[in-house]
Design a protein around this ligand. Structure first.
Ligand SMILES: C[S@@+](CC[C@H](N)C(=O)[O-])C[C@H]1O[C@@H](n2cnc3c(N)ncnc32)[C@H](O)[C@@H]1O
Length: 309
């Protein structure tokens, strides 16, 4: 089961017009989508996307029960194309709830978790791209170190990358258990039994790499900004990773303050006008009560912005 995070806060920020057209860019198991549908009138419409076919199966069942709702199996970087196909020129809001869902992590066969032995895959859409095992055969040590350091914030990135590639060469890198074992033994003894498991950051980094999560996020947020109704269309994003949260903040900042004139000029001559404004620049965090109820919500940060005329 997937427990939705910041559910009321996300829907309150997103749905201001019960008769509007909305997008849930990350359907998952539909907790946030169902909350949107409860707010919509008969005239309101909701399009959901997910790149995971299992999530879409659940969405198709919901679509049978509620004519206001439809789902597409597509990455949110394709938002423009999906809206064009429906003939929706603009929408009242686009919401994102990033990362993986609990059913994805819990299914050992998907290869997301070092706590569940399974094939080393990690693709959110098993029908697209290459599984992690194959990606690891074509990456240099330098690049892998960068990925683990930048996406995972892992301070032993160099040692871990070297150990992973040695295991790949020796044919010992086929399962999540293999990766967990290599990470554990690559870090110094003193770092093996800390607050978080030594494989945690590497698993997160490699998942983000295999799914190009930052590239997807960039394209998805830019597309959402282009398609919001002006003025008033809402963008609401929950991120669980500081790099994702930073990217959302920077992309919205660029739309809020697009002027590129040198600061010494007395007035703007570049002519670039803001297309967004912050509704909530300081990210909202879950309450202590929510974190107690759902520890997965611990690292969530929610940002809200609005299209301007
Ligand atoms: C945290 S879950 C969403 C949970 C959902 N809000 C709920 O209440 O059940 C994130 C979902 O987004 C999907 N996802 C992640 N990146 C995506 C992308 N680039 N395009 C489409 N779906 C994506 C994942 O497959 C996953 O199902």
């Amino acid at each position: 089961m997937h427990v939705p995070v910041l559910l009321d806060e996300w829907v309150d920020a997103l749905v201001l017009d019960p008769a509007g057209c909305y997008v849930d860019a990350t359907f998952g198991r539909g907790g946030h989508s169902r909350a949107i549908l409860r707010r919509l009138s008969e005239r309101g419409r909701l399009l959901a996307l997910d790149r995971d076919p299992e999530a879409c199966r659940v969405g198709l069942e919901l679509a049978k029960q509620d004519a206001r709702f439809q789902i597409r199996h597509a990455p949110f970087a394709r938002l423009d194309a999906e809206l064009d196909a429906l003939g929706w020129r603009e929408v009242s809001g686009v919401g994102f709830d990033l990362g993986v869902s609990s059913p994805q992590v819990d299914d050992a066969a998907r290869g997301f978790s070092f706590r569940r032995p399974g094939p080393l895959d990690m693709r959110m859409d098993p029908g697209a791209g290459e599984p992690l095992t194959r990606r690891l055969r074509g990456v240099s040590e330098r690049e892998l170190t960068r990925i683990i350091r930048e996406l995972g914030g892992e301070r032993f990135a160099g040692r871990i990358a070297r150990a992973i590639l040695r295991a790949v060469r020796e044919g010992r890198m086929e399962s999540t258990a293999d990766l967990e074992h290599v990470c554990f033994h690559a870090v110094p003894r003193a770092a093996r039994h800390g607050a978080i498991h030594p494989a945690t950051r590497t698993f997160q980094a490699l998942r983000m790499w295999v799914n190009d999560e930052l590239g997807q996020l960039r394209d998805g947020i830019l597309a959402a900004q282009r398609r919001l109704r002006r003025p008033g269309g809402r963008l609401v994003v929950i991120a669980f990773h500081s790099g994702e949260d930073r990217l959302v903040r920077d992309l919205v900042d660029q739309a809020v303050s697009p002027c590129v004139c040198p600061p010494q000029l007395p007035m703007c001559v570049c002519g670039r006008k803001p297309s967004m404004r912050w509704v909530r620049k300081k990210p909202l965090r879950p309450s202590e009560a929510e974190v107690m109820r759902n520890p997965r919500s611990r690292s969530a940060r929610m940002r809200v912005a609005e299209a301007v005329a």
